[in-house]
Write a protein that binds this ligand. Structure first.
Ligand code: FAD
Length: 492
């Protein structure tokens, strides 16, 4: 530990993580801190990360960002969930929406009642009872107090960084352009003392936030913190990203389309579409992936496809000495459920809550690391679920099905298989609704369920479900087309 007061914060890196951290610290603790951000135009950013989850809205509220300004500046569209195509089997399609499905009671969650109704032959599709899902399928959307849709955004990653920079600099963040050539340590404490740029300029600080991306220039290359590799569970290690012209109105959802050794994303923005092919290089060469991507994108490519390598896993500690790693520097679970930007947001929120104003103390560091670890592990398990529960024939998918999975996930699968029991653990991001949608979508069939639904006659159950679905259909029919709403929203 060091009892040295923390006033000077130095953020290394100006990607989405660096500027989110800068914006949040400046807005909320700006009068107590001196904040400097160092970024290198020559190195650039990872340039992807365009699909978010609803917690992004909470982050924007926390820092006081105006939604309309944000949507205009980042070419954003609205997102109600993700459509998963070809996952358990070729030809399958299911939706993981941000909504709540049906109405649960204190005794049994809605899916138990739905399973009973299905057994009696009186249930519609599970998704018929979720407003967000139906709105997404109908390409309809409206935000505002009178429409209680739970939503997130698709955004242009580069524009988002620029937008956050425009927000943070007037709040006092000093931006320094240049390449960090050396990370200097205090010889006595082993703490980081300063960043030395290629031009010789030294930037001293009390606390350093490592947002330098995958390389983790401070946390790994300097402090050698270590990385826990999870590629035995999540084997994809490459992505080819390309932008295309939009050929149709923007849909209010992301598409995640499985292929023989990974999956493809489609993220619609206002004026273009973000596309990517995620794959495992042991089963698919870069050249094959390039050809497949060209074949599968809809519109004209407006950028060159860009190859990105990654390794799924987590830094052993995200806070080490006086360095906190946030963003890709802290770890990465592949982008299937768009969780990385969320992890940045909760990391910087926690940093503000546990900020070491009067010195860096070991117990605080430990708590920060423990919570960060349990959050990313829960996300990891949820992503593995999509891969593991499959019935596909290709070697990649066979390996995913047959691999050992973390005991925490194995237990969840067993619970659902045996008695349709699903839950959200405390501090866990994904709600029960998310787990149920994905488990059913990946064809996990429960062998039994809660008997509460049996207390109703089939006719009663049928009427109750029909009325639920009818109300949802009516609400959806009164919503505007997503693209139309978006155009008006940006104009007004
Ligand atoms: P980077 O963008 O890599 O930024 C690193 C910064 O450090 C840059 O400014 C760079 O210039 C600077 N830097 C590095 N070295 C030096 C140096 N020596 N001197 C000075 N500066 C330096 N997340 C989501 O939430 N949703 C998604 O849909 C999603 N899709 C993804 C798809 C792929 C294929 C990948 C790989 C990631 C995806 N992510 C997604 C994750 C998301 O892209 C990142 O979480 C986000 O962009 C934050 O990145 P970063 O700021 O940590 O790193």
């Amino acid at each position: 530990m060091t009892g040295r007061a923390v006033r000077k914060v130095v953020i290394a890196g100006g990607g989405t993580a660096g500027w989110m951290v800068a914006a949040a610290l400046a807005k909320n603790l700006g009068t107590l801190l001196e904040i400097t951000l160092v970024e290198s135009d020559a190195i650039g950013t990872v340039g992807v990360g365009e699909s978010t989850i609803p917690t992004a809205r909470r982050f924007h509220e926390l820092i006081g960002l105006d939604e309309r300004d944000f949507v205009q500046a980042t070419q954003a569209s609205f997102k109600l969930g993700i459509a998963f195509e070809n996952w358990a089997r070729e030809g399958d399609r299911y939706f993981h929406s941000f909504g709540v499905t049906g109405r649960s009671t204190w005794m049994a969650d809605f899916h138990h009642i739905w399973l009973q109704a299905r057994e009696m032959g009186v249930a519609g599709e599970f998704g018929e009872y979720c407003l967000e899902l139906q709105a997404a399928e109908a390409n309809r959307f409206r935000s505002g107090a009178d429409t209680p849709l739970n939503y997130a955004y698709h955004l242009d990653a580069t524009a988002y960084g620029t937008f956050l920079r425009g927000f943070a600099e007037p709040l006092g963040v000093r931006r320094v352009e240049g390449k960090i050539a050396e990370v200097r340590l205090d010889p006595e404490s082993g703490y980081i003392d300063s960043l030395v740029l290629e031009d010789g300029q030294a930037i001293a600080g009390d606390l350093f936030v490592d947002c330098t991306g995958f390389r983790g220039l401070l946390i790994e290359e300097t402090l050698e913190t270590g990385y826990e590799d999870w590629t035995h569970w999540l084997a994809t290690d490459s992505a080819l990203a390309v932008q295309t012209e939009a050929t149709a109105p923007a849909r209010p959802y992301t598409r995640a389309i499985a292929h023989h050794a990974g999956w493809q994303w489609q993220i619609p923005l206002q004026s273009r579409v973000g596309n990517g092919l995620v794959y495992c290089s042991r089963f698919f060469s870069d050249d094959e992936a390039r050809a497949k991507l060209a074949e599968r994108v809809d519109g004209e490519m407006i950028t060159e496809p860009r190859l990105i390598r990654f390794r799924t896993g987590a830094r052993r500690k995200t806070w080490n000495r006086n360095c906190v790693a946030i963003g890709l520097a802290s770890g990465f679970v592949e982008p299937l459920e768009s969780t990385s930007i969320h992890l940045i947001m909760i990391a910087v929120t926690r940093l503000m809550q546990m900020f070491p104003f009067d010195g860096v103390f070991d117990a605080v560091i430990k708590r920060f690391n423990d919570v960060s670890r349990s959050e990313i592990e829960a996300i990891r398990d949820f992503i593995i679920l999509h891969y593991h529960l499959n019935e596909r024939d290709e070697p990649f998918w066979k390996q995913c099905r047959e691999m050992d999975i973390p005991p925490s996930l194995a237990q969840r699968i067993e619970l659902f298989r045996e008695g349709a029991v699903a839950y959200q653990a405390s501090d866990e991001l994904f709600r029960l609704d998310s787990w149920v949608q994905v488990m059913l979508g990946q064809r996990l069939q429960p062998q039994s369920h809660h008997a509460m639904g049996r207390m109703m006659q089939a006719g009663q159950l049928q009427n109750a479900l029909a009325s639920l679905a009818g109300n949802i259909r009516e609400t959806v029919s009164n919503l505007p087309e997503h693209q139309q709403f978006l155009s008006q929203y940006c104009r007004s």
